[in-house]
Design a binder for this molecule. Structure first.
Ligand code: FAD
Length: 469
């Protein structure tokens, strides 16, 4: 009787708990994967992330074939269809047990409850595993037994728990006896971002090794400088599970054995992995954030401006604020944006333009190659001051000072906003503020007065807070 592994956001053969558990049996093992396009579109998952996922299936099939494990396609454009598809697949192949790594988003969890019921009705056992996080959601609770809503104490407990127990990643399962079942024929999508974001194991592994070997020892400073490659750029691969967070932490600990023991460059990097777990934990502890609702319910009724043309200019990188425009153009061109710039553009949208964070969140999901509900929602709600452990509403990043501080020479701006290439390091951050007015400059004037709009946002938040007290 064959065992079935249903692959979702765990597109790898190494360090895959569900796959390893299925392979611990003597019977045949087959795998399946779905492309629930209609569902993904309803989640605003755009082409960059969908293409990455689909492209990854080609090397994954090859890895599985080398182990004599076929990968089949699971029917279903929606999650509801997938449940039926899974039942039919199990019936067709006489499956007695299914192995799955969990997903934590609201609709994904509802689908998985339906899977449990549907397969139990056919006497098929489902074995669930946690693989996405270093510490699975709901493992850590506050002293009062409640969920964490503040990052720093969560991170302390998270690090302590990893110091107590951190298992090395699992090896790929051993090659199995030959199977006659052929894998599904896959067609790779035509993806303009394919060269930027290769999906083969060697490229992903090289990215990790290069990062651990070099910028990791300067991470604390370099991670904030968008003109440098100071971060790992592993987020797209972590988002689809082409590499696990455990594999990343393991590599870091090999290079920096004290990375879990307090302040260091490596520890700062590790704390980014803690943020990742923190936001996934939140999806389970406060499921409303999966459903376009703010964590702080009092912010539900903030009087946001309608998106309109202002939103379009923000999307296109035509705001007249150089760092914001550089960042939005980087996103539109590469499917990725530097973390500091994500915070800057999100604050600009939600505070200076006072546009509802959900518009920005949706645009990011549509454009990011690393689109991930937990991290994206967490980042947007942090920036909009509506989330757990969010930036206080009165602490608003000024995109010009951020630019002067973190892109001092203007190299990042010059790369993405060629209209400003001739500006010197002093004027490039705010060309229209310069004494010598740049006549003939084909670049828009700032669409909003940064000082005034900042004060308006603070006043509105303050008044709203008093009203809802
Ligand atoms: C408004 C906003 C939206 C964001 N949307 C996403 C998203 O859709 N997908 C996504 O993966 N990250 C998102 N982030 C978090 C962060 O910007 C990216 O994870 C990071 O820039 C990816 O680059 P990297 O892999 O080089 O990161 P590194 O600095 O190398 O960090 C290593 C890994 O840690 C995780 N990580 C780092 N920072 C964060 C963070 N603040 N929150 C959660 N996880 C983090 C990522 O998995 C990342 O790959 C968002 C942040 C903001 C402010």
């Amino acid at each position: 009787m064959p065992h079935l592994v249903w692959l979702r956001r765990d597109l790898r053969v190494t360090d895959n708990p569900a796959l390893s558990a299925a392979c611990a049996n003597t019977g045949d093992v087959i795998t399946c994967v779905g492309l629930p396009d209609a569902q993904w579109q309803s989640h605003d998952l755009g082409a960059p992330a969908r293409n990455l996922y689909q492209r990854r299936l080609t090397p994954l099939t090859a890895d599985l074939c080398a182990l004599n494990i076929p990968l089949l396609m699971l029917d279903g454009a929606t999650f509801a269809d997938q449940v039926n598809g899974l039942q039919a697949l199990c019936k067709h192949h006489g499956i007695t047990a299914v192995y799955v790594n969990r997903e934590y988003e609201f609709n994904e969890r509802a689908r998985d409850r339906a899977v449990d019921q549907a397969l139990a009705a056919c006497s098929i056992q489902v074995h669930w595993f946690d693989d996405q996080c270093l510490v699975p959601p709901q493992t850590l609770k506050t002293g009062q037994g409640g969920p964490y809503s503040v990052f720093t104490p969560y991170r302390r407990r998270w690090e302590a728990s990893l110091r107590e127990e951190f298992n090395a990643p699992l090896s790929a399962p051993a090659r199995r006896p030959a199977l006659t079942l052929a894998p599904a024929r896959l067609t790779a999508p035509d993806d303009p971002l394919a060269a930027l974001w290769p999906v083969d194991n060697d490229s992903i592994q090289t990215r990790l090794e290069r990062f651990v070997a070099r910028p990791l020892d300067r991470y604390q400073t370099d991670r904030d400088l968008p003109a440098l490659e100071g971060t790992s750029s592993l987020s797209p691969y972590l988002a689809i599970g082409a590499i696990s967070a455990r594999q990343v932490l393991h590599a870091v600990l090999q290079a920096a054995p004290h990375a879990l023991d307090g302040a260091s460059d490596a520890n700062t990097f590790v704390s980014e992995l803690a943020w990742r777990d923190f936001y996934k934990n939140l999806l389970v502890e406060a499921p409303r954030v999966s459903r376009a609702r703010p964590f702080k319910v009092t912010t539900e009724t903030l009087p946001w401006n309608p998106p309109g043309e202002a939103f379009e200019r923000w999307c296109q990188g035509q705001t007249g604020v150089p760092l914001v425009d550089a960042a939005m153009r980087q996103l539109n061109t590469t499917g990725w944006m530097h973390n500091r710039c994500r915070m800057v553009v999100a604050m600009f949208l939600t505070k200076n333009l006072f546009i509802d964070w959900r518009h920005g969140e949706r645009y990011f999901m549509q454009r990011l190659v690393d689109a991930d509900l937990a991290a994206n929602n967490g980042g947007w709600q942090w920036s909009a001051s509506t989330g757990t452990d969010a930036a206080p509403y009165f602490r608003i990043m000024n995109p010009v000072s951020q630019s002067q501080r973190f892109d001092k020479n203007g190299d990042y701006i010059r790369r993405w906003v060629p209209e400003l290439a001739a500006q010197d390091a002093k004027t490039i951050h705010a060309p229209f503020d310069a004494k010598a007015h740049p006549i003939g400059l084909k670049y828009p004037k700032p669409m909003v007065d940064l000082k005034r709009s900042r004060q308006q946002a603070i006043d509105t938040f303050k008044a709203h807070q008093q009203d809802s007290a």
